[in-house]
Design a protein around this ligand. Structure first.
Ligand SMILES: [Fe+2]
Ligand SMILES: [Fe+2]
Length: 215
């Protein structure tokens, strides 16, 4: 008997459906770490500030839905077992971000994006395709995506009202985690993507951010 567990295609399909539902259904992801926001006081925001912050947090939440889908897609097609394991572990860590963003959006009296299933499907396809090409491309894609997310987070941190300490605490912790994910992906053998590919990725993410800020 080997220590490695073998799953049939049907098992994998069911596990995949379970992961997708846990990503897309409200409050179904259980964070391993409490939200950094719990240590901060809630402060009064104006109506327009509340709407703006909710829009920013909705973008970040959808970004985390995409991260889940990407990692799950990559785990499905990764060749090396250690790469598959790394992807599954990364997806677990991102559940914290997903849950923290969702909690904050609800506190602000708003909702997550209705477009999440669409972006989940697209990202899953991209992740699975990258994994099919090679593990190095797959890891490189993680690094490039995380770099992109860091840029977004910096931009959002600069846009937050100074008094919104709760949202700031969440985004700062996410910024730290994402930078670490990028470094880890390169250290694990990820390819550094050339600038034109990164530019293409930033265009795609612009479409996502424009759409999910409102809906
Ligand atoms: Fe994340
Ligand atoms: Fe990440």
């Amino acid at each position: 008997m080997t220590s490695q567990r073998h799953y049939s295609p049907a098992d994998r399909l069911l596990m995949q459906a379970d992961a997708a539902l846990r990503t897309l259904l409200p409050f179904s992801g259980q964070p391993a770490r409490p939200s950094p926001a719990v240590l901060k006081n809630e402060t009064e925001l104006s109506e327009s500030e509340t709407r703006h912050v909710a829009g920013l947090m909705r973008i970040n939440h959808t970004g985390e839905v995409c991260a889940q889908a990407l990692y799950q897609g990559q785990a499905l097609t990764a060749r090396l077992p250690q790469v598959r394991q790394a992807m599954e572990q990364a997806a677990d860590e991102e559940i914290d971000h997903l849950a923290w963003c969702e909690q904050r959006i609800r506190q602000l009296g708003s909702h997550t994006s209705v477009l999440n299933p669409l972006f989940y499907g697209l990202s899953f396809g991209i992740g699975a395709s990258a994994g099919l090409i090679s593990d190095r491309i797959s890891l490189g894609f993680v690094a490039a995506t995380e770099d992109q997310v860091c840029k977004h987070l910096d931009d959002h941190l600069s846009q937050l009202p100074a008094e919104d300490e709760k949202s700031r605490a969440i985004l700062e912790q996410m910024r730290e985690d994402e930078a670490q994910h990028s470094t880890a992906a390169i250290a694990a053998g990820g390819l550094r993507f050339p600038a034109p590919i990164k530019f293409g990725m930033s265009l795609v993410s612009k479409v996502m951010t424009k759409a999910t800020y409102r809906i």
